[in-house]
Design a protein around this ligand. Structure first.
Ligand code: PLP
Length: 405
């Protein structure tokens, strides 16, 4: 049987990510390859660094993309910053806090955690108390945890970390460009992200930024691999325990030395560059406001349908909302109807929320009025067919009211 060319079904991806990529990003990714050290390529790399400084709101020289999905960025940051035995503090309020813990443990950190029930976040005082108790080398916090749809307020944590001499890391995969975030303004030392949420691209490239203090730590562990090493180049007795994610070598590849490391994933670089270019053209505050506008309309529409929203709404991310699956509706059957009848994907949940909560995203290219209204109209029909009593048009109507017309 011949295998046909790829021809995916038409889908509107309204889950917690991935979402439909901006067509401009897909076009950029289909451009022809150039060589690794072609001046055009190194020029694109430099432009990508500059664009992501804007997206991350930082002046950090060390701003680039790691090849791999978002967790590649997390692994690169952790394995390069954490020495075995270092105390690392992870506040966990959802699935991705557990992922940070898991990765820190694999880096052989002495991991300490504090935990909150899913649907809540920590107070700044709780995080400071844990810093004082555990005296970590590094604090690792997820900003927006997609699993619970909530964002941990981080704006006051940087000063606390500075006071206690702690490196401050955050995973902003789900929140960057959809929610206010400032790397320098909030005092972060290391931040990693992905393209597949508010950046409107596919997964496969992990933007990262490191403060000069973080670069110092990374470079103190530098070991240039044999074969490209020159006389006088660093060889450490305690090198970073991953070659692929060794940020000291990756920085030399992206920096003026252009020291060979991996072969940069050219098509992903084109995509990552275009994601950031589009965002900078729009303006980051404008992008955050767009996500707030459409996320608020989606939440209003879901409430209008009579659904109960999940979690502390005062700290909900702009770009994704959780709703309890109403009683009598099959959680998987409902999602399946949305996909087969309407071509719309909405998200399931993990862990304690599995089977109880759907997650609906309005992010990146899909943070638009038409996608919000279409999704609410389809949801109404799916819920009615499932036996729920709903006033006709109540979801779309509430969203329109939220838009102010
Ligand atoms: C907050 C957060 N961190 C990390 C990840 C892991 O990303 P990836 O699947 O791209 O490795 C995700 C994915 O949804 C996420 O939402």
């Amino acid at each position: 049987m011949p295998i046909e060319p790829i021809n995916p079904p038409a889908r509107l991806l309204m889950g917690p990510g991935p979402i439909n990529a901006d067509p401009r990003v897909l076009r950029a990714m289909s451009a022809q390859l150039v060589g690794q050290y072609d001046p055009a390529m190194t020029g694109y790399m430099n432009e990508t660094m500059e664009l992501y400084r804007g997206v991350f709101a930082t002046a950090n020289e060390a701003t680039l993309v790691v090849d791999g999905t978002s967790r590649a960025g997390i692994e690169a940051a952790f394995v390069s910053l954490i020495r075995p035995g270092d105390v690392v503090l992870i506040p966990i309020f959802g699935r991705f806090g557990h992922l940070l813990r898991e990765i820190a443990e694999r880096c052989q950190a002495d991991v300490r955690v504090i935990e909150r029930e899913w649907g809540t976040v920590f107070t700044t005082a709780e995080i400071e108390a844990a810093i004082i108790e555990h005296k970590p080398v590094l604090l690792g916090v997820v900003h927006g945890d997609t699993s619970t749809t909530l964002a941990q307020p981080l704006d006051e944590i940087g000063l606390i970390c500075e006071k206690h001499g702690v490196l401050f890391y955050s995973d902003v995969t789900a929140s960057l460009a959809g929610n206010t975030f400032e790397t320098d303004g909030w005092g972060l030392d290391a931040v990693t992200s992905g393209l597949q949420k508010c950046l409107a691209g596919p997964s496969g490239s992990a933007p990262i930024t490191l403060s000069p203090r973080a670069v110092e730590v990374v470079n103190s562990r530098k070991s240039i691999e044999a074969g490209i090493r020159s006389v006088g180049d660093a060889v450490s007795e305690h090198p970073i325990r991953s070659n692929y994610f060794d940020l000291s070598q990756i920085l030399d590849y992206w920096g003026p030395k252009r020291l060979n490391h991996h072969t940069e994933a050219t098509s992903m670089l084109y995509g990552a560059r275009e994601c950031a270019r589009i965002l900078i053209e729009e303006g980051i505050p404008q992008s955050v406001e767009r996500h707030r506008l459409h996320g608020t309309a989606m939440a209003a529409g879901l409430s209008g349908l009579g659904l109960e929203l999940f979690g502390d709404q005062s700290v909900r991310m702009n770009n994704v909302v959780g709703v309890f699956v109403p009683s009598g509706i099959d959680p998987d059957g409902g999602r399946s109807t949305m996909l087969t009848d309407y071509g719309i994907e909405i998200g399931t949940s993990f862990g304690p929320l599995a089977g109880k909560v759907w997650r609906i995203g309005t992010m990146g290219y899909n943070a638009r009025r038409d996608t919000v209204l279409t999704t609410l109209a389809a949801l109404e029909q799916m819920l009615r067919r499932g036996g729920m009593t709903i006033t006709a048009g109540s979801g779309v109507g509430a969203a329109l009211d939220s838009y102010g017309n």
